[in-house]
Write a protein of this length. Structure first.
Length: 255
C-alpha cells in the first residue's frame, strides 16, 4: 500500500511509465498491442491524450471495446497528476456519462487513493489538488457554460450534430494545462455523426484512432498455421491474435 501511494505521487513522463502507473496505482491493465493493420491499441489513445500529442482526437471502436473505460482511466490519471485539471464528460445519455464517471469513482475508492479527493458526488468529483470532474448529457443547454481544459464526448453516434458542434468549442487552456477534445463512439450508421466526423477529421485537424475486437480480445491459442480451425476465421485471417492482450474472452466473442 505504501509503495502504491508513493507511486501515485509520481508523474509519468514516458509511455512505459504511464502504462505501469495505470497498472500498479489504478490496478487496471489496458490492451496495448495493435494487431490489425492500421489500427491502434486503447493504450496508444490514452498515452497520446495524456501527453497532449493532439488537440482533437476521434476514437472509433467496437461495442465493449473499452472506449469509456479508457476515457475514465485517462480522466483519473489527469486528475491525480495534473493539479487544476478540469474534465467535462458528456454522454449521449445520462447513463452513458455515468458509466465513465463510475470508472473514475471506482479507481478513487481504492484504499491507496481514498485521501486524494475532497468530494465524490453523483455528478462531480473534486480532488485535493484542485482538479475537477463534471458529467453531463448532450443538449445545447447541457454543454453550455463550462470551459474546462478537457472535454470528452462519449457515444457520439447518438449525439445531435448541432450539439456536438457546440461542444467542440468548450475546452480552454489554463493553469498550464492544454485544452483537448476527445470524441468516442462506435460507428453503426452510414451517415451518422461518427461517419461525418471521420470524413471531416483531416480538415478539422482531428487525429483518428481505431481498434476492434482483436485489440481488446485475450490472446488466441490457435497457432498461426492452423488459423482455418479457428471459429473466428476468416475475420482473423490477416491478424496475429496470439499477440492480443485484451480483456475480452474469445468464447464470448465467438458467441
Amino acid at each position: 500500500m505504501t509503495v502504491r501511494r508513493s507511486l501515485a505521487q509520481t508523474i509519468p513522463t514516458t509511455n512505459d511509465e504511464l502504462y505501469n502507473w495505470i497498472k500498479y496505482v489504478l490496478k487496471r491493465t489496458v490492451p496495448n498491442v495493435a494487431v490489425c493493420p492500421n489500427h491502434s491499441s486503447p493504450f496508444d489513445f490514452i498515452a497520446d491524450a495524456y501527453f497532449d500529442r493532439f488537440f482533437h482526437a476521434l476514437a472509433v471502436a467496437n461495442r465493449g471495446g473499452s472506449k469509456t473505460m479508457s476515457a475514465g482511466l485517462l480522466t483519473t490519471v489527469n486528475g491525480l497528476t495534473k493539479p487544476g485539471c478540469e474534465t467535462f464528460i458528456v454522454g449521449s445519455t445520462r447513463h452513458q456519462a455515468n458509466y465513465c464517471y463510475e470508472h473514475v469513482r471506482d479507481c478513487l475508492l481504492d484504499e491507496a487513493l481514498k485521501d486524494t479527493f475532497i468530494e465524490l458526488l453523483k455528478e462531480r468529483i473534486s480532488w485535493k489538488n484542485k482538479s475537477r470532474l463534471h458529467i453531463g448529457t448532450q443538449s445545447i443547454r447541457g454543454v453550455s457554460g463550462a470551459h474546462p481544459q478537457k472535454g470528452i464526448a462519449d457515444e457520439v453516434e447518438e449525439w445531435e450534430w448541432i450539439v456536438l458542434q457546440h461542444f467542440m468549442g468548450i475546452p480552454l487552456e489554463k493553469h498550464d494545462i492544454k485544452a483537448q477534445m476527445l470524441y468516442l463512439s462506435t460507428r453503426h450508421r452510414l451517415f451518422g455523426p461518427m461517419s461525418k466526423l471521420w470524413e471531416e477529421a483531416e480538415t478539422r485537424g482531428i487525429k483518428k484512432y481505431i481498434w476492434c475486437i482483436f485489440e481488446t480480445m485475450e490472446s488466441c491459442k490457435v497457432p498461426q498455421n492452423e488459423k482455418e480451425k479457428c471459429p473466428l476465421f476468416p475475420s482473423c485471417k490477416n491478424v496475429n491474435c496470439q499477440l492480443s492482450n485484451g480483456f475480452r474472452k474469445k468464447d464470448e466473442i465467438v458467441q
